[in-house]
Ligand binder design. Structure first.
Ligand code: AMP
Ligand code: ZN
Length: 111
């Protein structure tokens, strides 16, 4: 399931997690583009959002709830959730991840 050469599989296995539950982890983005910039990573490796159909229905629902709970626990009321799909859209790490951006002060780079 996890891929040995995948940066985010490694982060899931041994990174510093802000929260984790049910097969998902949240980490701080190393290069934040907003005052709060978190990444939600599923433990299950899929290359991108294109393959979201590989998640069982219940797991896909829990992934969305985990994104919302991560924002709530970070104290965010208003925020953006972004998924870059493919290099042409800015995806640089090919393990599905959800950007959670907020905290005011503008959202650099995602306008
Ligand atoms: P994307 O460009 O949508 O694929 O997003 C990849 C994100 O991963 C970027 O915002 C990077 O800043 C972030 N990133 C890369 N390496 C790490 C790392 N080791 N820990 C946390 N975030 C990272
Ligand atoms: Zn991976």
């Amino acid at each position: 399931m996890s891929q040995p050469e995948c940066l985010f599989c490694t982060l899931v296995a041994e990174g510093e997690h802000m929260r984790e539950a049910d097969g998902f982890v949240a980490v701080a983005d190393i290069n934040p583009k907003a005052p709060v910039h978190l990444l939600v990573l599923p433990e299950r490796h899929v290359d991108s959002f294109r393959e979201v159909g590989e998640f069982p229905v219940e797991e896909a629902k829990r992934m969305l709830e985990f994104v919302a709970e991560t924002a709530r626990e970070a104290g965010l009321d208003d925020y953006r959730v972004i998924v870059n799909v493919g290099p042409g859209a800015g995806q640089t790490v090919f393990h599905l991840h959800w950007h959670v951006l907020g905290g005011g002060g503008g959202l650099r780079g995602f306008e």
